[in-house]
Design a protein around this ligand. Structure first.
Ligand SMILES: [Zn+2]
Length: 177
């Protein structure tokens, strides 16, 4: 419990007074003589140290607001940019399997005669099998999956960043007690 109280002068300067000054007068820096109330009335005034605590709390609050805000804005912008970029990159990717025959032979292998199937076997055996690149749609699917991961991560980051900004804004509006 502090024995200091804050009197407010007409010029709105707050003058710290001690309980021992109750009933007397103090001179404000503006030159006015300010009447100090009796001890009982003095107790209704805010304690100076409490008020100082509040000011410190408020300052800390504003600092953490600033940090939150300063962290939130770049996170939001970065994530938004990444999300848009990933969406833009993913959009044109062709993901459906194109309609092509993987096994090309002019006859239905179920209806071949024995000699025909022997010929078929020979032709397949002599066929030059080469290494073919992975079909584009499969490459696209892998890429799309990676981009989806990036989009999800940036979405989560965006929400976190917005949370920081909102928290900073809401905390700034609340009145210190
Ligand atoms: Zn004054």
């Amino acid at each position: 419990m502090s024995s200091e109280f804050l009197l407010t002068c007409q010029c709105e300067t707050e003058i710290p007074v001690r309980s021992t000054q109750a009933g007397g007068t103090v001179r404000c820096q503006c030159g006015l003589e300010v009447f100090v109330p009796t001890l009982r009335d003095l107790r209704q005034l805010p304690g100076a140290s409490t008020l100082a605590d509040d000011l410190t709390k408020r300052r800390n609050w504003q600092l953490s607001n600033g940090v939150l805000f300063a962290a939130g804005v770049p996170i939001v912008l970065l994530c938004l940019g990444t999300f848009i970029y990933a969406t833009y990159m993913r959009w044109p990717l062709e993901l459906s399997k194109p309609d092509f025959r993987e096994f090309q032979y002019e006859h239905d292998t179920d209806t071949l005669s024995l000699s025909e199937s022997w010929d078929a076997w020979l032709s397949f055996r002599n066929m030059q099998l080469d290494n073919r690149p992975t079909p584009p749609y499969l490459v696209s699917r892998t890429r799309a999956f990676q981009l989806l991961g990036i989009m999800t991560a940036s979405g989560v980051g965006f929400v976190i960043g917005m949370g920081c900004i909102l928290a900073a804004l809401c905390m700034g509006r609340s009145e210190p007690r």
